[in-house]
Design a protein around this ligand. Structure first.
Ligand code: SF4
Length: 240
């Protein structure tokens, strides 16, 4: 994902501004909402701390795998003080079946220490403090802010990025740009929910390699579907 293409962006600005396109975008958002009325994270957690750890562990790993690991981990070490009592190698042993376990064990161990030393053992609710924690980037901070603290935030992960582009909600190859554009077209109070709508749609229907268009409720308004089903289209490269 590189920088946004300025020509594409200009085109999107024009088309997004048209009445017809605004109505199309609204229909897409309404349909996504109707299909995922109770959308939320699929990660299991019982506190902001557990959510933070689960999100750090979930990078490039399935929520299912993370939940399998955290079920025992959180039962034995539910808070930063308890988890900080583990050495890094003990923590690694606990999470070894997760992708990039050594790096994540290091990040979680250091995060626990920082939470204890600088935040009284609590997860901070400011973006700046969250992003200062090891292994926490903008996406993780957004998920924690939205899910643990109810702060409107729209985290763009691989599913959100792909689905938003395929649906023509945005047209950009830049994650930051996708986040900004989604924030413009989605009402602020729906940002956190919309993040989950797009993730769930990408995870279960608009999958990366073989989107399940035949069971998708958005075909009528999806430019990607129009492209894929154009007479004589043959095998097309999916975007992005
Ligand atoms: S119609 Fe197909 S490409 Fe479009 S959003 Fe649905 S699953 Fe994805």
């Amino acid at each position: 994902m590189g920088n946004a293409d300025s020509h594409d962006n200009a085109g999107f600005r024009e088309s997004a501004g048209s009445k017809k396109n605004k109505a199309r975008i609204q229909r897409l958002l309404d349909t996504l909402e109707a299909h995922h009325p109770d959308a939320s994270t699929e990660l299991d957690f019982g506190s902001p701390f557990q959510l933070l750890v689960a999100v750090i562990l979930s990078a490039q790993c399935t929520d299912k795998r993370v939940n399998l690991v955290t079920a025992g981990l959180f039962a034995r070490h539910p808070d930063p003080a308890a988890m900080a009592r583990l050495s890094e190698s003990e923590l690694l042993e606990e999470i070894k079946s997760i992708n990039f376990a050594p790096t994540k064990a290091r990040h979680v161990a250091r995060t626990c220490r920082i939470l204890l030393e600088q935040h009284g053992g609590e997860v901070p609710n400011s973006r700046e403090a969250l992003e200062a924690l090891p292994g926490v980037g903008r996406k993780t901070a957004n998920v924690v802010l939205a899910t643990a603290f109810g702060v409107p935030a729209l985290a763009v992960d691989t599913h959100v990025f792909r689905v938003a582009n395929r649906l023509g909600l945005v047209k950009s190859e830049s994650v930051q740009e996708v986040e900004r554009r989604l924030e413009r077209i989605i009402p602020r109070e729906k940002w956190s929910l919309a993040h989950h709508w797009l993730i769930l749609h990408g995870r279960y229907t608009c999958t990366a390699r073989k989107p399940l268009c035949e069971r998708c409720p958005l075909t009528a308004d999806c430019p990607e579907y129009a492209k894929l089903t154009k007479p004589g289209a043959g095998v097309k490269k999916l975007s992005p």
